[in-house]
Design a protein around this ligand. Structure first.
Ligand code: B3K
Ligand code: ZN
Length: 878
């Protein structure tokens, strides 16, 4: 594969003025005719050819201004179309016809069929699988699209923009015409046709316009879109309130599709969703699913301004729309739910997905400077670290300054394809701030380490805090200059209040109110006038995405877990106590019986768990143990996953045993509500009750509590919570197999629930999971053609089962590699995504390390591997 470089960016030789398309859908094929109005850009050589992108295309015909072209005027391959002799000045019309086969499109990019429904996915480079095109995000045009299909097979015909015409045709066929007046890049193009049900609604915008809303689903499921519709209307209102952004078309449609490569897609006026992020009711969906639907609906809707109205100049700028839109959806969820709990969730995700990426061979900056396959750059770094960078800008500029910068961005770049430089300049210009050093965050890869040391001078009643930042060169080989770290902090007194002691800075930092902005390698802030030694609470709300190395006593952490007025840092104090204990214990050999957590740590955790003045959702977060992969990352070398699991289990048993009374009380006081409500407070109570059930079951060492909950559960959260405990902790027990069988029979008609059944078994932390998963891969309901199903079984096993996947004999690696080789021929994007779990190979003990590297090498040598999988495998080995 060829490497694309940011430094090589050039605008196109031809400007696109408009697109008119007709898609004629038939059983077995589709005919696409496209008319492009083009014009040679000023200054471009008169004989420069027009080069269009294609992907597996067949050219049926080509004409310029109505005249069919002589074969000497063009060269067509499946991947390209080159046209010569085009007019030197003025607009001309290029007409192209292609025939494609949506039924055979298993990559799910371009136009394909899912359960009979015709649908499209064009980001990043799928449009070129429909027609030859200038398929890049800086080529913007209005589109007029006509769809024709059999009326019985596809009574619903949708595309971007507003509907302008429809009617019947001969032979039982019909048509619809959609007009999208907003300039858009081809990656935002969409068409959907099929026999769909509709959940209709409307929204009145801040200027009083009525927008017609529709969520389309497979037959009989429209009612399950009610929560998504509610989330959509709340998102529309929030974007008006918070950012002054109003929706711009007469209609906004969402379609739920069963076979989809990712979560959803923000096509202009026609969002296409993985049905997992639309369809819900309490019987089939967990609270996590509800939160996921709310987030993804909001995220895709927010793209209308951050992504669609202002798009990316090139794919290197992906974080311009993704990082910003993740920030916006996180803020939405924080406002709609509970801010601290949401932040804890985001930070957990960042540490679980982005940190390992940033610290391993697939490392890349938030704005990469080169790629071989762009689909491999829809990463946690671009999305989640990208959101952290926006959050840091907001922290540095304050609420009003941040809003002024955003307003300027919308104002200045509306209708454009922009860059990160242009984005950052808006905040500089709106507030008169120099962000040039801050911008290093976009180009320097890696997680900086922030080292914090403290010195208390009892005589002078003075506390000196020294902060150092360092960044080491990683796989990306980018710079290691000191960056700008906004650090929220407080000096907490024994009364649980922040001191207002005066601080004095020496070295590379600025101090304003509760913020230390570290911009040099090192700085010391000395606080004077303190009565007693304070507890330093630093990096509040995780105000910068760094690895914190804070030399702090266990006693100080325990005090902060109880006292810190910043609730996020109370959680982090506990989480650090757990993670430090587990990491240290994880480094000792398998079988070492030293308790991983000391009694004071367990007591601090239980004190929070049992504190009824705290939000139940917060307490559930406190009780959730760090993930085994996260502990492995912190152990960093010679990791033995069996040891990590052993240590986590020992900690769980110790907490459960010591807290038995508290967990019993919680189970009693958090009895399920009579009527299910998906709101955050109710979900928090369920989360805490299920956490308590987990500890209780561990302590009692028997499954009866979980079995009872499984049998009486009134919603999926409680049912799946109980089943997970049974399958993961009591695999041989009477009742576990029965419950698993019952679950299957109850829900076998629903693919979304069946995914949970597959995933639960794939995550079971046993060596025998390899055999279970191999058996499930032969199950009649397993298929490589549905991404959700592959992710549920193969993806969950590889990424969510440290014990099974990393079984010492390498059987887990072989199983996954075999499946990836098979999947790669069907859907390379999904294969490449799952293959990223091999990237951590260097951190394991020698025997596993060798086997992992060997598996990667074998994969890399397969002939005809996709560009997607080849790229991941090669970079992982680097
Ligand atoms: N923009 C899409 C992701 C497209 C992924 C292409 N491989 C969904 C989102 O981020 O909102
Ligand atoms: Zn997005």
């Amino acid at each position: 594969g060829q490497t694309v470089k940011l430094a090589d960016y050039q605008p196109t030789d031809f400007i696109l003025r408009g697109v008119k398309m007709t898609l004629m859908l038939f059983e077995g094929y589709a005919d696409v005719s496209t008319r492009l109005t083009l014009e040679r850009r000023q200054g471009v050589l008169a004989d420069a050819p027009l080069n269009l992108d294609g992907d597996e295309l067949v050219l049926e015909s080509i004409a310029v201004d109505g005249l069919t072209l002589e074969p000497s005027r063009y060269e067509a391959t499946p991947e390209s179309l080159k046209v010569t002799g085009l007019p030197e000045v003025g607009p001309f019309e290029l007409a192209i016809e292609t025939r494609i086969v949506p039924e055979q499109n298993s990559k799910l990019m371009g136009l394909y069929r899912s359960n009979g429904i015709w649908c499209t996915q064009c980001e990043a480079e799928g449009f070129r699988r429909i027609t030859y095109f200038l398929d890049r995000p800086d080529v913007l045009a209005p589109y007029l699209v006509r769809i024709e299909a059999d009326k019985a097979a596809a009574p619903v015909l949708l595309s971007n923009g507003n509907p302008v015409d429809s009617g019947d045709l001969e032979g039982g066929r019909h048509y619809a015409v959609w007009d999208d007046p907003f300039n858009k890049p081809s990656y935002l193009f969409a068409v959907v046709a099929g026999d769909l049900d509709l959940l209709p609604d409307e929204f009145v915008t801040m200027s009083g316009r009525t927008v017609t809303l529709g969520i389309y689903t497979e037959k009989g499921r429209a009612a399950q879109a009610a929560y998504a519709m509610d989330a959509l209307k709340r998102s529309m209102a929030w974007d008006e309130r918070r950012f002054g952004r109003e929706y711009d078309l007469d209609v906004f449609n969402v379609v739920a599709i069963a076979d989809f490569n990712m979560g959803a897609m923000e096509n202009k006026g026609l969002n296409v969703f993985n049905h997992k992020y639309v369809l819900l009711d309490p019987d089939i969906a967990t609270d996590t699913d509800y939160a996921g639907v709310e987030t993804v609906i909001a995220h895709e809707y927010f793209h209308n301004w951050t992504g669609n109205r202002i798009t990316c100049r090139d794919w290197f700028q992906l974080c311009l729309k993704e990082g910003l839109t993740v920030y916006r959806d996180q803020e939405f969820s924080a406002d709609e739910r509970e801010r601290t709990v949401q932040r804890i969730g985001s930070v957990r995700r960042l540490k679980a997905h982005q940190f390992p990426e940033d610290q391993g061979p697939l490392q890349h900056p938030v704005r990469p400077s080169e790629y071989r396959e762009i689909n491999n750059f829809y990463t946690a770094t671009v999305y989640d670290k990208g959101a952290e960078l926006v959050r840091m800008i907001a922290t540095l500029l304050g609420e009003a300054g941040f809003r002024a910068g955003m307003d300027l961005y919308f104002d200045r770049h509306d209708g454009e394809a922009a860059t990160i430089e242009a984005f950052v300049a808006c905040f500089e210009d709106a507030t008169g701030t120099d962000l040039s050093q801050f911008a290093l965050w976009y180009s320097q890869a890696g997680t900086p380490t922030l080292t914090v040391t403290e010195q208390w001078d009892a005589d002078q009643r003075r506390h000196a805090v020294t902060l150092r930042q360092s960044l080491s060169k990683g796989a990306a080989g980018t710079g290691t200059e000191p960056m700008v770290l906004p650090l929220r902090f407080g000096l907490v007194g024994g009364n649980g209040e922040d001191s207002d002691a005066e601080g004095h800075v020496t070295g590379g930092a600025e101090l304003k109110d509760d913020l230390i902005v570290l911009n040099g390698t090192e700085a010391t802030v000395t606080f004077t006038g303190l009565a007693d030694r304070p507890y330093l609470s630093v990096l509040r709300d995780f105000s910068a995405p760094v690895t914190l190395a804070h030399e702090q006593s266990e006693a100080a952490r325990i005090a902060l877990a109880r006292l810190d007025p910043n609730l996020f840092n109370r959680w982090r104090a506990l989480d650090d106590l757990l993670a430090n204990g587990l990491t240290e214990a994880g480094r000792r050999p398998l079988g070492d019986a030293t308790p991983p957590l000391g009694a004071p740590v367990i007591e601090a955790l239980l004190a929070s768990a049992g504190d009824d003045s705290l939000d139940p959702a917060f307490r559930a977060q406190a009780l959730a143990m760090p993930g085994e992969a996260d502990i492995a990352r912190q152990i960093a070398e010679n990791v033995d996953p069996d040891r990590v699991h052993e240590v986590v289990e020992a900690a769980r048993l110790a907490i459960g045993t010591k807290g038995l009374a508290i967990f019993e009380r919680l189970r009693g006081s958090l009895a399920p509500d009579a009527a299910f409500s998906p709101d955050a407070a109710s979900a928090g109570r369920r989360a805490l009750a299920n956490a308590a059930l987990g500890y209780l079951s561990a302590a009692r060492g028997e499954p009866s509590d979980a079995l009872a909950q499984y049998e009486t559960a009134g919603n999926m959260t409680d049912r799946l919570g109980a089943l997970a405990i049974l399958v993961h902790r009591f695999p041989g027990a009477e009742g576990t197999e029965a419950a698993l069988g019952d679950f299957y029979r109850r829900f076998e008609a629903d693919d979304l629930v069946l995914d949970k059944w597959f995933a639960l078994q794939a995550a079971a932390p046993y060596h025998g999971a390899v055999e279970t998963v191999a058996r499930l891969a032969e199950h009649p309901r397993f298929t490589m053609r549905n991404p959700n199903r592959v992710r549920a079984l193969v993806g969950t096993f590889a990424a969510g089962n440290q014990v099974g996947f990393h079984r010492a004999d390498g059987a887990g690696y072989h199983f996954v590699a075999d499946k990836l080789a098979e999947l790669d021929r069907i859907n390379p994007q999904i294969a490449a995504r799952i293959a990223t779990t091999f990237r951590a190979w260097r951190s394991f003990e020698a025997s596993r390390r060798t086997k992992l590297a060997e598996t990667l090498r074998q994969l890399s040598e397969i002939k005809g591997l996709s560009k997607d999988l080849q790229d991941i495998v090669d970079r992982s080995l680097k």
